[in-house]
Every structure is written in C-alpha cells, then in structure tokens.
Design a protein around this ligand. Structure first.
Ligand SMILES: [Zn+2]
Length: 246
C-alpha cells in the first residue's frame, strides 16, 4: 500500500505539472489577442489623427484662398480711393479698405492658429507612428516566439502523459478512479496529514484515522473533504556537536 501511495503522490505531481503547462499554453493565444487589439487600437487612433490633419490642412488652404480674394478686393478698394469725386466717396472707400484689412487680419490670425494645430498634429502622428511600428514588430516577434513555445509545451504535455500512464499502472483501478473523482472536484486529491490535520481542508482528522494512517494498510480519506490522506513521518533532526547549535 505504501508503494501505491507513493505512486499516487507522483501521479498528482505529474497532473499538477501538466495543469500548469496547459494553463501556460492556453494563455499564449489570449496574450497574442490582447497585443493584436492594442496594435489595432493604435492603428485606428493614427487613422483618426491623419484624418484630423487632412481636415486642418484643407481648412488652412481655404483660409489662404480667402486671404488672396480679400487682397484682390483690397487692391480694388485702393483703386476706388484714387478716383473719388468727393469727401463722401472718399470716406466710403476708406471704410471699405478698413473692413477688408480687418477681414484679412482675422483670417491671417486664424491661419496661424491652424498652422500651429497642424504642427501639433504632425508631431502626435509621428509619435504614434513610432509607437505603432514598435508594437507591430513586437507582436510579430511574439507570434514567432509563441509558435515555438506552444510546440515545446505540447511536447511536454505528451511526455507527461507517457509518464502518467507508467505511474498510473502502479495504482489499482479502484484507487485511480477515486483519485480522478476527487481531483476533478477539488484539484488536489492527495494531501498530507500533518499534526493531526488534513492539509487540504485544515480540519482535524479523527484520532483513530490519524493513528491508522501510520499503518499504510489501506487508502484513508479525510472525513470532511474526502481527499486521500498521506502520513509522512517527521524527520529526526540530527544532533549537532556542542557549540554548533543554531
Ligand atoms: Zn480534508
């Protein structure tokens, strides 16, 4: 029975190892998906910023056209001033010139503001393009790494399964079924009985059971969580020579 219990412990450690490997394997595509969505997010952001830049540039071109039109108008108004026939016409022409000048000034101020915005947009786009390129190349490298790692992990799982079969053959079918049933429900099916307690659920083990465990004559289970209990004798500490006590 002791050897069956040893085999059970081995089996459990193999199963826990495999579980860890399977979890790592499952996490890989998930991580890649997260990276991909980050790349897509930055790409979408960049596209929006480029659109905003195009609009700002178009707007600036419009202002330039308007300024050119107003300048033509200003020329015309100045010409009018040359041919005024009386004071009234002179005042009217001067007012017209003032209005056009004001309009040109307003548009020029707007154009400067748009230019500043355009510069800022360009700088942001440059930063985000850099970020995008870095993220994308990181994603590509990670995809390559992931392929290799997934193959490694799958090989480890396959190897673990071979070992598991060999170990399981040392355990009776009945005990194996019990182990699998508890494992499916609780994850860890074999636990140590230490200081009178089940290390799975931390409940006290019946004194009689705890004593019987020392005999290794059959499979004992915790009365509370039903896990399979294993008793490990305490190691006797070696006696250190005088003067070397710790
Ligand atoms: Zn228990």
């Amino acid at each position: 029975m002791k050897s069956e219990l040893d085999a059970l412990e081995e089996l459990q450690s193999l199963d826990l190892q495999t579980l860890e490997i399977e979890n790592e394997l499952k996490a890989i595509p998930k991580n890649l998906e997260e990276m991909k969505s980050e790349v897509e997010h930055v790409a979408a952001l960049l596209e929006k910023e480029k659109q905003r830049l195009r609009e700002a540039e178009e707007w600036r071109l419009e202002r330039d056209k308007e300024i050119a039109t107003q300048n033509t108008l200003l020329g015309k108004s100045k010409n009018k001033l040359q041919v005024v026939r009386n004071e009234k016409e002179q005042k009217a022409a001067q007012r017209e010139i003032e209005t056009v000048r004001k309009s040109i000034q307003d548009r020029e101020e707007e154009a400067i503001k748009v230019m500043e915005a355009v510069e800022q947009y360009r700088a942001t786009i440059e930063d985000h393009t850099k970020e995008f390129v870095e993220l994308e190349s990181h994603l590509k490298a990670s995809e390559e790494e992931a392929k290799t790692r997934m193959l490694e992990l799958q090989a480890q799982i396959d190897m673990g399964l071979e070992k598991r079969n060999a170990t399981a053959s040392r355990i009776s079918p009945q005990t194996l079924r019990l182990y699998d049933r508890i494992r499916k429900r609780l994850g860890r099916a074999v636990v140590e009985a230490k200081d009178g307690c089940c290390q799975g659920c931390n409940m006290e083990i019946l004194a009689q059971t705890y004593n019987d465990l020392h005999r290794y004559d059959k499979i004992y289970q915790c009365a509370n969580c039903f896990r399979i209990l294993i008793y490990k004798p305490k190691e006797i500490p070696s006696i250190l020579p005088p003067g070397q006590e710790q």
